[in-house]
Structures are given as structure tokens and as C-alpha cells.
Design a binder for this molecule. Sequence first.
Ligand code: GDP
Length: 390
Amino acid sequence: MRVFFIGFGQAGGKIVDMFIEQDKKAPVRSFRGIAVNTARTDLMGLRNIELKDRILIGQTVVKGHGVGTDNVTGAKITADEIDSIINTIDSRGTHDIDAFVVIAGLGGGTGSGGTPVLCRHLKRIYREPVYAVGILPAPEEGRLYSYNAARSLSTLVNEADNTFIFDNSAWKNEGESVRMAYERLNDEIVRRFGVLFRAGEVGKTGVGEMVVDSSEIINTLRGGGVSSVGYAISEKVTKSSKQKKGFLGGFSVKKKDNAEEVLTGEDKSAKIIGLVRRAMLGRLTLPCDYTTAERALVLIAGPSDEMDRKGVEKSKSWVEENIAGVEVRGGDYPLESSKIAAVVVLASIGDAPRIRELLEIAKETKEDVIKSKERRVTMFDDDSVDPLFE
Ligand code: GDP
């Protein structure tokens, strides 16, 4: 799939920068990306997005210093400057893309407020689907972050065609701060979504047994709402004499040699089914009740001689038995690698505890803000002293 990424705010910008870095190492270029922010220093810190594709907004309001965690200001600035954002997107070319993907941390200010606004306008202007990848804050970041995330997400689900969720708290290790974990979490995001968004863009590696094309991803995501992604990777399936780090990080590029183990068809199927089960039952980007997913996509990426139609079909049936809906699409995606990866997209999820928790926190926070306003007394409430002027 050819994707136009827009990284909104600090987290979004950093992650899109990493997607572009990954794309530079890929056999076929599939990604294009820009970053939008109200904070100049965040934009300056990027390494792979070209300077002309880093858009500073809100200069007259916040002077390049960011909006803090005020997502209402983030939304307002985005709405006021939407034309210049769209002009930059247009000037980068959109005629050959399959989808837009807007990425942001939903707990902050710029990305949290700006993403729903941008999604609305992209949908109004372009025919291609508009997806969001929303990062949820960890509880330790405080109530304001949770409140922002809940408001942003509640708005976003009505503006984007589908919203993938990555929950920071589910991914950071015990005792580790969210900040310390960013690099590892971002690697995880870029690896999973890299395999998914690149599906269908076949290089010189050969044709798979049943290649997934972008229309299947688009159809899977058509129902809207929020989606979660599972991922599992095999041990090395082929031995290699020479290895270099591939564009999928731990997914290394290799040259096959004659000494490799030859698997029978049954073994290949079993390996694929095992990987798909691990992907779906392991840690998802958003931990959720997978039995409430309406649709799913099963994607197998790896060396073309390891692809196996029966394995993919059986995996799809297994996923279908386990989710609420009956629409399970899938296929393979051959690439030069010594490992096989399975990606399972659980689309339009009905229940995720973390989202329910965020919405609850947001409700309580709103009530507390109202109560504290009502209770507020100040030393200057007494009007027996006349002010200098009214
Ligand atoms: P903004 O610049 O105002 O949009 O806000 P930020 O992007 O800095 O932060 C918003 C949320 O994103 C917070 O919950 C942060 O924990 C999270 N966040 C910030 N940077 C990263 C990052 O590099 N990776 C991940 N996974 N989360 C991040």
C-alpha cells in the first residue's frame, strides 16, 4: 500500500520520521511523510523528513513554543491553518497514494487536538481513506493526559475511517518510565505497522501464493471504530552466510544458501498457523477482547518459498472462529528475509478495557472541574474595595 503519513505533534513526528527511515532501506519505496507541529524544536529534531516537509503551525499564537497540553488550542490552530497544511500535502503529490495515515500521541496538545481536525479535512478533500494511529498515554502521565486522550479519541473515531490504537501503558515494562521506553515502543510501532502498510508492494522477491493488496486492507478497515494489531515473528527459517539489518529491524535481509532445512508442506502450514495464533493471542497494540472484533486481516510476510496457501487459509478459519464477525481477509507478502512474520489486524473492536477506563477518567475529570469551579473562593471576592477601573 502506498501511504502518505502525517506525523502530528512530537510523538507523531518522531514515528513518521522512523517510517521514512525504514522506507529508505526497503526494496520498493512506498511511504511519503510530513510532520506538523506547533513546537519548532520538535521539528528540528527530526532526521529523515525533509526540511520543506516539516510544517510549523500556530506561530502567531504560540511563537513556535508548542501548545503545552492544551489540545483545544491544538485543534483551533489546526483549523485556522488547515489550508497551508493541505497545500503542503498537495504539493508532495497525492495522486498515486492508497491511503493517508495520521499519527499522534492522543494525550498531549498539538497531535491530540490537531489529528481529528486534519482527518476531517483530508476526508472532505480526498477520495482515499484516512486512517489514524493514536497513541494512548500511560496512567502515570496524569489525569490531564487521560482526559485529553479520551476527548481526542471520541472525536477522532467519527472523523477517521479507522483508528489504530497503540497503548503506551501496555507496552512499557514494569518499573520503566514511559519516556525511557519511547525508543523501544516506537520500534515496535514501526515494525508492526511497517509490515501492514507495506503489504501489496512486492519488490523483486517474487510473487506470493496469495498476495494481499491494498483493497483488502481498506475493506477490512471499512467499518470504522478502533482497531488493534497483533504481531509475531518466527525463528530464522533459513540459514544465512551474510546478514545485514533489514528495513524491518529485527527482520533481517539474507541470502539463502543450500544448507537450509527443507520443510514439507505440512510443516510450513503448521508454522504459519502457530505464528498467527501467537500474533492474535500475544500482546496487541491495544489489549482488547478479540472476540468482539468485527473483521480481521491475516498477513504473512517472509521468504516466498516459506509462503503456504493452506497455512494462510487455515489461519484465516481459526481467526474467523474466534472473532465476532465472519469477514476475515488475508494473504501473504513475500520479502527477502530469514524470518516469517505474522500480522493480525483486529478491526472495529467492540470492547477494550483501557478505552473504557480512559472514558471513565474523562467523565470524572469533567465533573471535578465543574465542582471545583463552583467551590472556588478567592480572597478578592469581597467587593467592598473598589477596583481602579471596571
Ligand atoms: P504534542 O507534541 O503536544 O502532540 O504531544 P506529545 O506527542 O509530546 O505527547 C503526547 C503523548 O504522546 C504523551 O502521552 C506521551 O507519552 C506520548 N509520546 C510522546 N513521545 C512519544 C514517543 O516517542 N513514543 C510514544 N510511543 N509515545 C510518545
